[in-house]
Design a protein around this ligand. Structure first.
Ligand code: AQP
Length: 332
């Protein structure tokens, strides 16, 4: 088996849309890229989580490959990171079952994501309830020290830690209890039309969401029509000025410049100036990701080969943990 002396990290993104959005990019993917240098990194496309709400099979297949292409286009290097598809590693649902049996109904139904998503569905699947046990399995199989996610996953990560500690206590030391890596500044990117809500794939209007694969024209239009706040001053104040603060956060993370420096540059200027410049920055930053994604999608066999190699490596490690767990719970 291939081993690494580096600390391990694991995280995933759901294959629920043709394009990832700027929240996924800033809150998760940029962190993934940064950590691949210092960690033994495992990043997966969560197609099993995707079906907790209804998916068209053709779309799901296509979106799985598109998400993989966006991972690589954003800077993940298959030589440094193990990139794989969740359903290609059967240990994920196998461990999930064991963890489900150690999770109480109360714990699962208290999860904010379950409450929010189930309130929006007519048909609430059992998978939506057990989602966090599968997420715990996704993580614990690899015994990572650190899991980079956005703020919305904090509660699920906390449950993962509890489940790891519970299992270790009951069956003996088995899992590393992982730390969530949630960068305060970029943990939650907000919808451009409704800065009170997180930028999300499932909000009805795409106008508030910047997709990585948006062309320059629609990117510019969305940023220019972003909702701003009362007053004229460009200041970072998420309570009083959520719209402008969100634009400043995006500006800062796309340019790697501190927010204070950006605010200083715009002293005495109008919201419009900030938006025009941010639109240019976003086009410049995202155009190469879009172009590279399209290029990668021209050679699907190559993309599939990368995913197959990733799955082989993930399976090797996941199988070892699963065997240990099965043994400890008494499966013959
Ligand atoms: N708005 C966001 N700001 C910062 N981080 C975010 N993430 C998602 N939205 C934001 C982070 O992206 C990673 C992958 O997320 P996911 O695949 O679980 O997708 P999601 O959270 O389900 O994304 P959406 O867009 O919000 O989908 P729906 O609408 O289906 O719920 C995670 O690390 C997440 O924190």
């Amino acid at each position: 088996m291939t081993t690494s002396s580096l600390p391990r990290t694991v995280s995933g993104i759901q294959a629920t849309s043709d394009s990832l959005h700027l929240g996924n990019f800033i809150g998760a993917l940029q962190q993934f890229v940064a950590h691949q240098e210092s960690h033994d990194a495992f990043y997966f496309i969560a197609n099993m989580h995707a079906i907790t709400v209804e998916q068209d099979p053709t779309d799901l297949r296509e979106r799985t490959l598109r998400t993989a292409a966006q991972f690589i286009a954003a800077g993940l290097d298959p030589e440094k990171s193990t990139i794989f598809v969740q359903s290609q590693v059967p240990a994920h649902p196998q461990l999930s079952w064991v963890l489900e049996c150690t999770t109480s109904m109360g714990e699962a139904s208290r999860m904010t994501q379950f409450k929010d998503k189930s309130a929006k569905q007519e048909h609430v699947s059992l998978g939506l309830l057990t989602y966090p046990a599968l997420m715990a399995a996704d993580i614990l199989l690899y015994n990572p020290q650190m899991v980079p996610v956005g703020e919305d996953q904090r509660q699920h990560l906390e449950l993962t830690r509890n489940l790891a500690e519970r299992f270790n206590y009951r069956f003996g030391e088995t899992f590393v209890v992982p730390e969530a890596q949630i960068l305060k500044a970029t943990a939650k990117i907000y919808d451009l039309q409704n800065p009170g809500a997180k930028m999300s794939k499932s909000l009805p209007s795409p106008q508030g969401r910047i997709d990585l694969l948006d062309d320059a024209k629609s990117l510019t239009k969305k940023i220019k029509s972003a909702v701003t706040d009362d007053g004229k001053e460009i200041a970072y104040d998420p309570q009083a000025k959520p719209g402008v603060s969100n634009l400043l956060t995006i500006y800062s993370s796309l340019t790697s410049r501190p927010v204070d420096d950006i605010v200083a540059d715009y002293e005495g200027k109008m919201y419009g100036h900030l938006k025009v410049d941010l639109a240019e920055i976003a086009v410049e930053s995202l155009a190469p990701v879009r172009e590279r994604t399209e290029e990668l999608l021209q050679d699907r066999a190559q993309l599939q080969a990368i995913l197959d190699a990733g799955a082989a490596k993930a399976n090797e490690i996941a199988e070892v943990t699963l065997r240990d767990v099965y043994d400890k719970v008494g499966f013959v």
